[in-house]
Design a protein around this ligand. Structure first.
Ligand code: ZN
Length: 224
């Protein structure tokens, strides 16, 4: 069983479309997403539509949660502005969709057990980079742990399990502006990181048209 692993799409429709195009013909059986469907970028309703149409199974990220609660005390001002904008333009069907999401997902795929969380197994808001990995991060009994949130990708084998952060489709922060995702074969214990070029300028134009903070476009072009 091959898994297409996505995270942090953040309402970036052009990036998501390009990643889905890249995934075609790669024999992927299931698409998973580690949270943050919306926030930052200006295509939240369109992206939620694609998630439903393509049956991308996702958990709730911290931005998705904040959009529902309006609770943004811990956001910087750019994220908070984008959050208010997203709340104002979400259609009711999109709100229902976000409300249906759970903060974590445990699944069995092809005989392998996967845990998908946004931050860490302990805390959805915790940032775990590759250098932070320790064996005790793995809850017992899982063959793979998937995390998002940092927007920085890695694949590591740790104590017999695969630990993967597929990076961010919609707002990469590792200096490479291309959309990031991963292909996973849990049975084989194999994960591959992929990068996909997309039309970030289209998003920058939409950010300007929506009067969202300019920095949101700059960071897309620079991958930070
Ligand atoms: Zn995020």
């Amino acid at each position: 069983m091959r898994i297409g692993l996505l995270s942090d799409v953040h309402a970036n429709l052009p990036a998501l479309e390009e990643v889905l195009r890249d995934l075609r013909g790669r024999g992927v059986d299931v698409l998973l997403h580690a949270g943050d469907v919306v926030g930052y970028n200006p295509f939240p309703n369109e992206v939620i539509e694609v998630f439903q149409r393509e049956e991308i199974r996702t958990i709730l990220g911290n931005h998705d949660r904040a959009v529902l609660t309006g609770d943004n005390y811990w956001f910087n001002s750019v994220a908070a502005t984008a959050l208010r904008w997203t709340r104002a333009c979400l259609e009711s069907s999109s709100v229902s969709y976000l409300r249906s999401l759970k903060p974590r997902m445990e699944l069995e795929i092809g005989g392998s057990k996967l845990l998908v969380v946004h931050g860490s197994p302990e805390d959805a808001d915790e940032y775990i980079y590759e250098g932070d990995l320790r064996e005790d991060i793995l809850p017992p009994g899982f063959d793979a742990l998937v995390m998002g949130h940092t927007h920085v990708p890695f694949v590591r084998r740790l104590a017999g399990a695969l630990v993967v952060n597929p990076g961010s489709v919609g707002q990469p922060r590792d200096g490479d502006p291309r959309a990031s995702y991963a292909l996973l074969d849990v049975g084989q214990g194999h994960g591959e990181l992929r990068r996909v070029e997309y039309d970030a300028r289209r998003v920058v134009r939409a950010i300007e048209a929506a009067s969202l903070p300019q920095f949101l476009g700059v960071r897309l072009l620079e991958g930070r």
